[in-house]
Write a protein that binds this ligand. Structure first.
Ligand code: PBG
Ligand code: ZN
Length: 324
């Protein structure tokens, strides 16, 4: 065994901040970040989400002003989640021309036309049972949910959404939405598929944020976190169905999956740093255990390094205000 030392001394490139900067391999900018937002109808005031310190539900009446504030700070894209007061068995408000899904997109595009609106396309915040589709007995009915996903996607596109982002985890959802969009004249609207979505305990705080009615779990439609091969298969199926971009969710505990999919596909790959990842960092920092600003940059940088082209993160606005 011949050592490369003393010729090899990697520390030579780390001697100053300038050298470290010059040789840094991975970077992220505001062009890579999407800010997920929660918009509630029929309320007047912001509602703090206690399990996500710093995140609030936005009253619909204040959405336009918020979007202007984000745009001024440099945010390029938001993902919309509605907190609905109109729940029913199928989530039918989502495909009404004047429903909350449509109103969020039109309000945002009217306020700041260049803001990229990704419309989260699912039903769990609009169903009285909290599942991501129509029930048939105790099960979510995959194929009937597909029809409704198509209707919701078309309504969102009509209202001005730039990107349709289906998160219901139904088989065939990308194909169903692609066909519905094309038939309605929206062949130019891309689909950002939540293509590898795990049934994760890290979504915990989101349930409070979205006011979820769910009892039970989503394990019969979202993926088993222990499955690596299947994770790649799910994303490749969505690619074949016509997805324009793929996504891994959650992000930080799934860096291996991000890398696998980056290598298996040529499509853009996104990753979603979810509510529980956000909460762990916030509460850890509040307890004085970690340095929030540094941990945020390290986790997002690592998600990029693993292969993500863009990242959904609740820290996007903090980063924008900090000048990244
Ligand atoms: C619902 C949906 C969830 C998230 C995004 N869309 C929750 C779930 O699947 O239970 C999670 C986002 C987060 O935790 O930040 N389809
Ligand atoms: Zn859902």
């Amino acid at each position: 065994m011949s050592s490369q030392f003393p010729e090899a001394r990697p520390r030579r490139l780390r001697r100053s901040a300038e050298l470290r900067g010059l040789f840094q391999e991975t970077e992220f900018t505001l062009n890579d970040l999407v800010l997920p937002i929660f918009v509630e109808e029929e309320i007047d005031d912001f509602v703090p989400i206690t399990s996500m310190p710093g995140v609030q539900r936005i009253p619909e009446s204040k959405l336009a002003g918020e979007i202007e504030r984000y745009a001024k700070a440099g945010i390029k894209s938001v993902m919309t989640f509605g907190v609905s007061h109109h729940l029913d068995a199928s989530g039918s408000d989502t495909w009404q021309e004047r429903g909350l899904v449509s109103r969020m997109s039109s309000i945002i595009k009217d306020a700041v036309p260049e803001m990229i609106v990704m419309s989260d396309t699912c039903f769990c915040e609009y169903t009285d049972h909290g599942h991501c589709g129509v029930m048939h007995g105790a099960e979510v009915d995959n194929d009937r949910t597909l029809v409704n996903l198509g209707k919701q996607a078309v309504a969102a596109a009509r209202a001005g959404a730039d990107v349709i982002a289906p998160s219901a985890a139904m088989d065939g959802q990308v194909q169903a939405i692609r066909r519905a969009l094309d038939e309605a004249g929206f062949s130019h609207i891309p689909i950002m598929a939540y293509s590898t979505k795990f049934a994760s305990a890290l979504y915990g705080p989101f349930r409070e944020a979205g006011g979820s009615a769910l009892k039970g779990d989503r394990k019969s439609y979202q993926m088993n976190p222990m499955n690596r091969r299947e994770a790649v298969r799910e994303s490749l199926l969505d690619e074949q169905e016509g997805a324009d971009a793929l996504m891994v969710k959650p992000a930080g505990a799934y860096l291996d999956i991000i890398r696998d999919i980056r290598e298996a596909s040529r499509l853009p790959v996104a990753a979603y740093q979810v509510s529980g990842e956000y909460a762990m960092i916030k509460f850890g920092a509040q307890a004085g255990a970690i340095d929030e600003a540094r941990v945020v940059r390290e986790t997002l940088g690592s998600i990029k390094r693993a292969g993500a082209d863009l990242i959904f993160t609740y820290f996007a606005m903090d980063l924008a205000l900090a000048g990244i």
